[in-house]
Design a protein around this ligand. Sequence first.
Ligand code: ADP
Length: 470
Amino acid sequence: MIKSIVKAIIYILLYPFKLTATFFINIFKRFKFSIAFKISTSYFFIYIVIMLIVALITSAGYLIFEFEKFENDTIADDISEIESAFPDLSNIDYKIEENRISSIEIYDNNLNAVYPPNSQKRYSDNIITILEKLFYNREYIYSSSFIYNYSTYYVNVSYNAINLINDAERIIFLVMISGAIGLFLFVPIVSGTSYKLIGPIKNMTEITKTITVNNINTRLDIKGTQDELKELSQTFNEMMDRIEEGYKTQQQFVSDASHELRTPIAVIKGYVNMLDRWGKNDKAVLEESISAIKNETESMQDLIEKLLFIARSDKSTLTYTKEDFKISLILNEIEKETKMIDSKHKLYFKFYEDANIYGDIKRIKQAIRILIDNAMKFTPQDGYIMVSSFIQDDYYVIKIEDTGIGIEKKDLEKIFERLYRAEQSRSKEIGGHGLGLSIAKIIVLGHKGKIKVKSTLGKGSEFSILLPYL
Ligand code: ADP
């Protein structure tokens, strides 16, 4: 009960302080102090604290030194005089009159005052009392003991310490004055240095504010900045390099895709105009137009579907419906379908091993199909196409080899890029938009697999899909 009342009283008493502290903290939070200001203020406070410590240590050191000297000379003499004059001390009273000693007390073995006979004072030799007397009464109490007539006596001699304390105070004052003079030099140097240090950040903020897609090639100036800031600027510039590269690739992709769409639209428009002007009544022209328009729309639909697939992959909205399945399931289907649609090439299928794969059946089949379609597209009539599969280390490998036109070395790195087609395959008859391999790669990587290619121009190519198996 009492405990909680005390608690409540303390709470009520402290409440105004708490309120004031919260008020100031909130006000400071609202102010937007610059880093330079904060650094300068921190240094300012550190400086003040150091100055106070120096002043205190200097004056305390002075007091200790002076008292030691005083004890060794004057006090030692006085004590021996007191000891030899005991118990009749009337002959040393002149020292009290001299105003050096303010009082002398002597206590017996039981710490009862024996001199002056009716003294009410108590013997003291502890540091707290000594310090209290020193700062409140400006007196220095010296304590000692001596033996007289086989009994121990304790002595307290109080010395007037006004002059010493005044000197110590003067020292504090002088140190503070020199500190304050130093502060006049210190403040401009610290604030100048802080602003100089922080200057590049301001510059960086200004430049960063101006960067938009129209001047995406703007970079921060890394000359002359401090080390950590230089690193920050460099990192920022590197990030901008990556963003710019991505942005340019995206721009290029949009422009290439529009270009791809322009051709079929132009063809369709051409046929429609022809029909509009005079072709309606010519059966041959009509049939040719319908067939061309059909081809072009199919090609456009195919292109748009592929573009959508890639866009979904970029936006990370592409999802896979993964499940455990036997890879032979897909491979057998593909074998059947390929044999049905391709009678121009010599086809070989050899699936050495079967394995369980965890993945999206439809997508994996789509990726294998892309590679087989390419083999069919880029291999002349009667050429060989061989699809084989086997286990190699941690992967199930599906290999598609052909004896087709092959790929030049300089094109090998680029064929997986979007809308890229090697020079020799850009003929109208072969067709394609250069998106198949990009899609196959997205699917394979989406299954933590790998896609590899080896090719010799004029001899043939070998594509492999490697999928982790269970
Ligand atoms: P496309 O729709 O043009 O086939 P892909 O992305 O599938 O697009 O292929 C990109 C390019 O890679 C092709 O245009 C072709 O130049 C080359 N390529 C792909 N597969 C083969 C292959 N089996 N033989 C020769 N060249 C190939």
